[in-house]
Design a protein around this ligand. Structure first.
Ligand code: PEP
Ligand code: MN
Length: 339
């Protein structure tokens, strides 16, 4: 951190800032210029949060951070990319991982049909919500533990590892018994008690980006998991709130590239929630991969018109199979082969 003193700062104020930097556990390096003094706070062991309060000290013009606050998630300390193993499927090893399945698990028949269909089409993992975060309390809330049983059955039959959402700390132990990876939903990205609890489980976590979260906030949410003891985190970009009204959310493609630049963790994209619109999902899948995504999460329903949640953004099985065939082909642009 660089502390930029104002040109009018007195010697007493400069000495005070130097003392505070030391009290916060850093070394202070003072550079005296003709017009102003800048003081560098250097060191790994200091308390950064306390240092940031120096913004309020007399004589301080500005604080300029020079390192990222997400130490374990960032690439400053770890340059090689992390590969996460989810029930034998590797995310981040250079091959795209396709996670597909219904928004909600609605019945054994619905889930089995979806699971068989996505497996036939070449998906690597199965998704399906047992506990659903719904905007309205009157909407379908998920079948809970019954759905977890169906997910287990689907894994036994298809061999596809399962990812499903856990909404509260009270459900973590139960969901761990069934799921290969636990999803933290977008609305829960900053549920800190939940993150702290998930830091203690031996399951990978799929951390969705909050609809209004900056990339820094998203990575700091991941930092809760890593710093608490769970290194197995996959980031998921699922669209953010913008002024665009034709789409449910705006899939932030640049955030995929940025998260991969700033962090060693794998990043997957969810164009289903990221757009809310079936027709644009195949294009956004290709775009996400071109932006560097390590995988995709796509909602697929055997009969979207009857879906109890997210029907309008769900692909049916033939559309998903077509998407998978398209993804296998090299992507071309007018300029030539892209991927
Ligand atoms: C979901 O995956 O079905 C879901 C509810 O996602 P999000 O938390 O991104 O809205
Ligand atoms: Mn959904």
């Amino acid at each position: 951190m660089i502390v930029n003193m104002s040109p009018e700062a007195t010697e007493e104020q400069i000495q005070h800032v130097i003392e505070r930097i030391k009290e916060c556990g850093f070394q202070a390096h003072v550079i005296r210029g003709a017009e102003r003094t800048v003081i560098g706070a250097v060191g790994k062991e200091g308390r950064r949060g306390e240092l940031e309060a120096l913004q309020a000290a007399p004589g301080v013009a500005a604080l300029v951070p020079i390192s990222q606050p997400f130490k374990l998630v960032g690439r400053e300390l770890r340059s090689e990319r992390t590969v996460i193993d989810v029930g034998g499927v590797k995310i981040g090893d250079g091959h795209w991982v396709i996670i597909a399945g219904p928004c909600s698990v609605e019945s054994r028949e619905q889930l089995m049909e979806a699971a068989r269909g996505v497996q036939r089409a070449g998906a690597h993992m199965l998704r399906g919500g047992a506990y659903k975060p719904r905007t309205s309390p009157y909407d379908f809330q998920g079948l809970g533990v019954e759905a977890l049983g169906f997910l287990r059955e689907a894994r036994e039959e298809t061999g596809l590892p399962i990812v499903t959402e856990v909404m509260g700390t009270e459900d973590v132990s139960l969901v761990c018994e069934y799921a290969d990876m636990l999803q933290v939903g977008a609305r829960n990205m900053q549920n800190f008690p939940l993150l702290r609890r998930l830091a203690k489980v031996d399951r990978p976590v799929l951390l969705k980006r909050g609809p209004s979260a900056t990339v820094k906030e998203w990575l700091l949410a991941a930092e809760y998991l890593l710093s608490g003891g769970n290194p197995n985190v996959v980031l998921c970009e699922r669209g953010i709130k913008t002024f665009e009204a034709e789409l449910r959310n705006t899939l932030d493609l640049a955030a995929i590239a940025l998260a991969k630049e700033l962090s060693h963790l794998p990043v997957v994209a969810d164009p289903s929630h990221g757009t809310g619109r079936r027709s644009v999902i195949p294009s956004m899948c290709r775009a996400a991969i071109a932006a560097g995504a390590d995988g995709l999460m796509v909602e697929v329903h055997p009969c979207p018109e009857r879906a109890l949640s997210d029907g309008p953004q769900s692909l049916d099985l033939p559309a998903f199979a077509k998407l998978m065939r398209e993804l296998e082909r090299p992507m071309t642009t007018r300029a030539g082969v892209m991927v």
